[in-house]
Design a protein around this ligand. Structure first.
Ligand code: IMP
Ligand code: MG
Length: 194
């Protein structure tokens, strides 16, 4: 029987790659104090690790957004649920995302932030599902170019669950997983400790 999911990026691969991204960002922003904007909730875990890999003074702020339904049906309509409580005019802004999929959410977000006239605006995403892109968007910093699979763990969720899995798992049978979202519970019910 086919497994519902398997590890795509293990915690050690993630740690190494996040450290590399931190190094690169440090080199690129030397002499500046970037503002890292993390998108709740998925981007929070990545931000927590990434910021500690950046050897520069920096600020972190959060935004929360929601998309209406599926990308295809909502045509990228996005609502800001939580906005920045700081002015990013003339600041060097780095948007920290868990994953860029169709690109619709990120495009909207970048438009909103660009109107606030930052000195620079870049995006850092842990995963880039570039094969699924609907709108052209190339994040400056990418952790992994992710295959066209549904993934959970390390901040990524299915219906708000599984964010606390330390590894990133790819779902092999999405219809089966949708029908039974508990299918990955064995990964979270003490099986790791056993
Ligand atoms: P986009 O607007 O299609 O680029 O969607 C980006 C958002 O969709 C991400 O911030 C995630 O919340 C969600 N998303 C896209 N692909 C996945 C996935 O494979 N697993 C979990 N969430 C995903
Ligand atoms: Mg999500």
């Amino acid at each position: 029987m086919m497994e519902v999911a398997s590890v795509l990026y293990g915690r050690e691969d993630i740690r190494r790659r996040v450290d590399e991204l931190g190094h690169t960002i440090t080199g690129d922003y030397v002499g500046r104090e970037p503002v890292m904007v993390s998108i709740l909730k998925g981007g929070a875990m990545f931000l927590a690790d990434l910021m500690r890999a950046v050897d520069l003074p920096l600020e972190t702020h959060f935004m929360a957004i929601s998309r209406y339904g599926d990308a295809e049906e909502s045509l990228g309509r996005v609502q800001i649920l939580l906005d920045l409580e700081t002015d990013v005019t003339d600041r060097h802004v780095i948007v920290v995302e868990d994953i860029v999929d169709t690109g619709l959410t990120s495009r909207y977000l970048l438009q909103v932030l660009r109107r606030r006239a930052p000195a620079s605006l870049e995006m850092c995403t842990l995963l880039d599902k570039s094969a699924r892109r609907i709108v052209p968007l190339s994040p400056r910093y990418v952790g992994f170019d992710c295959p066209d699979r549904f993934v959970v763990g390390y901040g990524l969720d299915f219906a708000d669950r599984y964010r606390n899995l330390p590894d990133i798992h790819q779902v092999h049978d999405l219809p089966a997983f949708r029908a039974d979202p508990d299918a990955l519970m064995p990964l979270l019910t003490g099986a790791r400790a056993a």
